[in-house]
Design a protein around this ligand. Structure first.
Ligand SMILES: Cc1ncc(COP(=O)(O)O)c(C=O)c1O
Length: 402
């Protein structure tokens, strides 16, 4: 046999060099390794609602076990259209405007692959949910980051500078990715902010891709507004959502993209060749989930608010500066008080020596230095988990980390 010495790099796509593995998922593996309380990855450690689980079991028993229609089971698409009308007043045709995907994760990448050409720019607010960077790169687009600045007071809101945002829009801008309620900051974009973004999208002929996966997890009387509900936006918005967070079923992998029919055609093509379809029985269970009464969503928000208010005092007591989230289920914190040079070393110390996994702030920024003083905690956990994490974190008051 010929002595072929091939550099391992030879086999790799250039694209994958432009991003690293997910830090969030890596922290979950570290939590398991060290037996730490996992406040890193955003998945609940409590059961999903019994009626949804029953609906999934019944669907499997009824032999809904083959491919669903590639762009989504009719029952689920109808339920999504009903919900969008009911919650946000948005009229959607379930036959031509909805693509059900394997989680909102796939809905986002399918959308970007469907709309982006090489050289296009995609505006992303940062800190950002870490998938958006690699998603943009995989779709051939160039992400352009616009800062969400932390509030000066702990009760204030994260916000963007209007001039900075306008400066990011130009000829090559294809889309802006929004995430409201926001991971990791907990920001819920106001109507005024959304109108400003709308005006820029219309002026520069830009698409809004909005990830609203936390739409029902909101606090302090805050209201979630879908940008697609604003005048001028239905024809230029892709709204992404899913079952994961609202129904505590992150492992089911059911999400969707709602878009004008011409865009939906393109998204459906990409989705079909990427994954063919989302799990058929879980789509039927999804239709049952979306039919839950309004009381379900009220108690979801109330129970998450109680979890937020359980964890935040423990974090503050341990020495973290907490930015109060108005939505989603994360607390972004400032770690300056602990004297660590950067967040990754601190997060490693937390998981290994203190026994609590969190996500280093740098994984939410393009330039890691911007997140070097931040760490994010997830509170989608049982009271016992939060209390035990809180107890462990109090060790920080006595330890003298290097
Ligand atoms: C903002 C945001 N979008 C999407 C996802 C993933 O959603 P899915 O499970 O529907 O793929 C997450 C998960 O943490 C998230 O925080």
């Amino acid at each position: 046999m010929a002595d072929v010495s091939i550099q391992p790099k030879h086999f790799l796509s250039d694209k994958v060099e432009h991003f690293t593995e997910s830090v969030i998922r890596e922290m979950t593996r570290q939590a398991m390794l060290y037996g730490a309380m996992n406040l890193a990855q955003g998945f609940p450690d409590f059961p999903a609602p019994a009626e949804i689980k029953r609906a999934a079991q019944e669907a499997i028993a009824a032999d809904v076990n083959q491919y669903a229609i590639t762009w989504g089971a009719k029952n689920l698409r109808n339920a999504i259209a009903r919900q969008m009308k009911g919650w946000q007043g948005i009229q959607v045709d379930p036959e031509t405007q909805i693509t059900v995907c394997c989680g909102s994760t796939e809905a986002m990448i399918s959308t970007l692959l469907a709309v982006c050409n090489k050289g296009d720019e995609v505006i992303v607010f940062e800190p950002f949910y870490e998938n958006y960077g690699p998603d943009s790169v995989l779709s051939g687009a160039q992400p352009v980051f616009v800062k969400l600045h932390p509030p000066s007071g702990l009760d204030g809101e994260w916000g963007f500078d209007e001039r900075e945002l306008r400066g990011a829009f130009h000829n090559h801008t294809k889309a802006i990715i929004l995430n409201t309620p926001n991971n990791p900051t907990g920001k819920v974009f106001t109507r005024g902010e959304l109108e400003l973004i709308r005006d820029l999208c219309v002026e520069f002929n830009v698409l809004a891709i909005t990830d609203e996966i936390y739409e029902h997890i909101i606090y302090d009387g805050t209201r979630h507004i879908s940008i697609a509900s604003l005048d001028g936006m239905p024809e230029r918005t892709v709204t992404i959502n899913g079952l994961s967070k609202t129904y505590s079923v992150t492992g089911w992998r059911v999400g969707w993209a709602v878009a004008p029919s011409n865009l939906t055609n393109a998204i459906r093509k990409v989705h079909d060749f990427l994954t063919v379809g989302a799990p058929a029985p879980l789509q039927e269970a999804g239709a049952a989930a979306l039919a839950m009464s309004p009381g379900y969503y009220e108690s979801l928000a109330t129970s998450y608010c109680a979890r937020r208010d359980r964890l935040m005092p423990a974090l503050t007591e341990a020495g973290f500066r907490c930015f109060r989230p108005r939505g989603a289920y994360y607390v972004m914190t400032d770690i300056s008080a602990f004297g660590f040079a950067e967040d990754v070393a601190f997060a490693k110390y937390l998981v290994k020596d203190i026994g609590v996994a969190a996500v280093p702030g740098s994984s939410f920024y393009n330039d890691p230095r911007d997140g070097a003083r931040q760490v994010r905690f997830a509170f989608c956990k049982r009271a016992e988990t939060l209390d035990e994490a809180g107890r462990r974190l109090q060790k920080l008051k006595h330890s003298r980390p290097r």
